[in-house]
Structures are given as C-alpha cells and as structure tokens.
Design a protein. Structure first.
Length: 112
C-alpha cells in the first residue's frame, strides 16, 4: 500500500478560500465542513494552508482580530506532492514537515 500512487486514492476535494478572506470566515467554513485545514488560493493557485495547528499556535495564545486576513496566520507556500508520489512519500513528507495534510497542486488549484 505504501508504494501505491497518490492518484489511486479517492480523496475528497479540499476546502479552499481566497487569499484575503477573514479568519472569522475561514473558521466558520472549517467548522461548517468539519475540516482540519483549508487551502488558501489566489487566482486559482495554491498560496498557503491554514491548519488547526496554525489556529492553536498562532491565534489562541494572543488577542486576535478575527477580521484579519487568513494570510496573516496561514503557512505560506506549503510543501506539495504530485499525483505520482507514493503514499509512503506523502507520509514521509508529512512527518518531515510536521503537517497532517500535504496538498497536491494537480487537484488543489481551486477557486476560493
């Protein structure tokens, strides 16, 4: 299974928002969809990822204006994988980067 290609998985389309979206709106969408992360796009290109960890580490411990843009708290330019990466590659990349999700641009270039 670890040698299977990512393209073989039936992964749901990830939740995405446009760069500049307020943190308030991002959190509302994440709660509404039960997602653990949201991709941040600009002109249909992946520019960042906002994860539960980003919320905990960058927002909870300080007084945050929830009308600030997601760009202030997201992880910019996240590591990505291709459909030809293996599941083992994806697990290794997530472990190295400390992420629970790694987008792949072939699927994740989405409108916000």
């Amino acid at each position: 299974m670890l040698s299977d290609k990512i393209r073989a998985l039936k992964l749901p389309r990830p939740l995405s928002v446009e760069s500049g979206t307020s943190v308030r709106e991002v959190i509302r969408k994440v709660q509404q969809h039960g997602a653990g992360y949201v991709l941040v796009t600009s002109a249909n290109r992946l520019v960042g990822i906002m994860t539960e960890r980003d919320v905990l580490m960058k927002m909870v411990a300080r007084d945050v204006d929830y009308d600030e843009p997601v760009d202030s708290f997201m992880t910019p330019n996240p590591l990505t994988m291709t459909p030809d990466h293996t599941i083992g590659d994806a697990i290794s990349l997530m472990n190295r980067a400390g992420h629970r999700a790694v987008p792949h641009p072939g699927r994740d270039r989405l409108p916000g």
